[in-house]
Every structure is written in C-alpha cells, then in structure tokens.
Design a binder for this molecule. Structure first.
Ligand code: DX5
Ligand code: ZN
Length: 228
C-alpha cells in the first residue's frame, strides 16, 4: 500500500519562547503533521515538555499532532497525552515490558497507535503486534537530541520494515537526521513520513519553513519515484 508522503516538523528545534506561533507558522508552511518529542530525562538523556504544553498548543493548528513519547514508563501518562489533543501516540518498544498493553491502551483511548524502535532494536520485536498498530517509527539517530547525523545502516532497516509491513495500511516514519540530502534515500527505502527538526526550524521564518517543507517533499517524491 502506498501512503502519501507526509512532512512532520519536530518542534524540538523550534523557538520554545514562541511555540504557539512556531506551530502556526510551520502549519501554514505546509506541514502535514506536527511531531511532538516528549522526553523525560530518564529514558533519554534530555527533558523537553509534557501534556500541558501540548494542550496549550492545540488551538494553534488543525494539523495532526504526532506524539513521540520518549518516556519510561509510558502507560501512566497515555491518557493525559490523549486528553491534551494528540491524534497519534507512539511509544518506544524499549520503554516497558508490556508493549502490547501500551498499544491496546492507546487504541482504547481512540488514538492512532505507533511503535518506535531505537537504532539497535531489531524489527522482529514488531512481528506479533503488526495488526495492532497504525505506524512504525524508525529512529535513525539515538533519541534525545535534535541535530544529529542520520545513521546510514538505518536505510536497510527502513527497507526491511517496509517489507514487514506488506500490504497493511501502516505509516512508516523516520526520525533523526532528515534533511534535503537524506530525504530521497529515506523515501526510496520505503518510508512515507519524514520527521525533520533542525532542517526546518533553522530557517527561522514562515517563508524559509515553506521552502524547506517543499524541498523535503520534492526530494522524498523523487526518491520514491527512483525506487520504482
Ligand atoms: C530525537 C527526536 C527527533 C529530533 C529530530 O530524539 O525524536 O524528533 O527532534 O531532530 P533532527 O531533525 O534535528 O535530527
Ligand atoms: Zn521524534
């Protein structure tokens, strides 16, 4: 199944002093989803923001809120993120021992269900939950910080994830080191959702955001065509 290319700016790289405006600007610039990186200083070595901040951002856009939880445990907080206005909630397979329970909880909260894997985590962990998820997020850097380099070995992992998905309508998202240089190979490998933080927000203006979102989309579309 071929799903549309979607560009998901990560607001981790936005100006936190004016987050509402940044969300509005990047939405106007053509973002499909807003990627929300939640970090707890325990599962990853950094702290970002939580459900109250997300709730306060909700009125600034109608774009999908794509929430990436880098927290452990995640289960006690899933309801809070659902109530804050997240449309999609993605948990790390490494964040708890009961992955299936976390996925069920997100489903019962009425949200789209995602699983993400650190670079070293094998895809085999997904084999028994494929029919319970709407999205697979391949981490192409070690989570915790923006501005890192794409790990080249993740291209094969994306390709293998795509074949594992088969005909299922599962979004294949990639996060970390996505730029106009890497977007083509990422889409060629089979991903359709591209998260980009620093590549987009370094622009600093709506016009620059618009240009980068368009460039990323074009590079991904070209990569996808080249692969066929
Ligand atoms: C990393 C986060 C990413 C990050 C990506 O832990 O999950 O979403 O913001 O940043 P860039 O695009 O700068 O690599
Ligand atoms: Zn992320």
């Amino acid at each position: 199944m071929t799903l549309p290319i979607r560009i998901a700016p990560s607001i981790l790289a936005a100006d936190f002093a004016k987050l509402g405006q940044e969300v509005k600007d990047v939405s106007e610039a053509g973002a499909d989803w807003i990627h929300l990186d939640v970090m707890d200083g325990h599962f990853v070595p950094n702290i970002s923001f939580g459900p109250d901040v997300i709730k306060s951002l909700r009125p600034y856009t109608t774009a999908t809120f794509d929430c990436h939880l880098m927290i452990s445990p995640a289960d006690p907080y899933l309801e809070a993120f659902a109530k804050a206005g997240c449309d999609r909630i993605t948990v790390h397979a490494e964040a708890g021992v009961h992955l299936h329970r976390s996925l069920q909880t997100i489903r019962h909260l009425g949200k789209k269900v995602g699983v993400t894997l650190n670079p070293a985590t094998p895809l085999s962990i997904l084999e028994n939950v494929l029919d319970d998820i709407d999205l697979i997020l391949i981490m192409s850097v070690n989570p915790g910080f923006g501005g890192q380099k794409f790990i080249p070995a993740m291209a094969d992992k994306i390709r293998n994830a795509k074949s594992l998905i088969g005909d299922r309508p599962i979004e294949l998202e990639v996060d970390g080191g996505v730029s106009t240089e890497t977007a083509g190979l990422i889409a060629a490998a089979g991903a359709n959702v591209l998260v980009a933080g620093s590549a987009i927000f370094k622009g600093g203006s709506v016009d620059a955001y618009k240009q980068t979102v368009a460039d990323l989309r074009a590079a991904a579309e070209r990569g996808r065509l080249g692969a066929n």
